[in-house]
Design a protein around this ligand. Structure first.
Ligand SMILES: [Zn+2]
Ligand SMILES: [Zn+2]
Length: 172
């Protein structure tokens, strides 16, 4: 979906639509889409600037980095972006530090799909976890501790538990 900036109506465009992406386009290639990415946004031109504001929602399945099990994650993220014509950028000798944050469009066109993909990738967790306190895999038998349970004696292996035991003994 490419928007021609010169054809934007003065009051802007209000758009609501779904996008489908390939896994190979994601920063997290193991993530799987459980539904398309739905977006509602307004795109509006103010002078040379193009304002692009809206929200994206989807549901995805990630692999937990501790227990390696898939889990569902609902994504709901807003964005509020400003795009400037790239020509302005070239006229400058040097980019000011605040310009590095800026977004640019070329040839009076804005690739909406590309921006949505970029915004989606930004919402991904750096370390996907099925839950904050996921116990992960047993270091002895390799089973998923929460789902499969295991009867391994981990007390020997965890210095924190040993310390706790010592403390408990001392208090008796
Ligand atoms: Zn997990
Ligand atoms: Zn075990």
């Amino acid at each position: 979906m490419i928007i021609d900036i010169d054809r934007l109506p003065a009051e802007g465009l209000e758009i609501s639509r779904d996008f489908e992406f390939f896994n190979s386009e994601l920063v997290e290639e193991e993530a799987v889409f459980l539904q398309p990415v739905h977006t509602d946004f307004v795109i509006k031109r103010v002078g040379d600037e193009v304002l692009f504001k809206g929200n994206l929602t989807t549901k995805m399945s990630f692999i937990c980095c501790r227990c390696l099990s898939p889990f569902e994650l609902s994504i709901n993220s807003g964005f509020d972006l400003v795009y400037l014509p790239e020509e302005l950028d070239e006229e400058k000798e040097e980019l000011a530090p605040e310009d590095l944050q800026k977004n640019f469009y070329t040839n009076q066109k804005i690739n909406i799909r590309g921006i949505i993909l970029e915004q989606l990738n930004l919402t991904f967790p750096v370390r996907p976890l099925c839950s904050e306190d996921c116990p992960g895999l047993c270091p002895v038998c390799g089973k998923n501790i929460r789902d499969e349970g295991c009867s391994c004696d981990l007390s020997q292996n965890d210095p924190r538990l040993n310390k706790l035991k010592t403390l408990l003994k001392d208090n008796r």
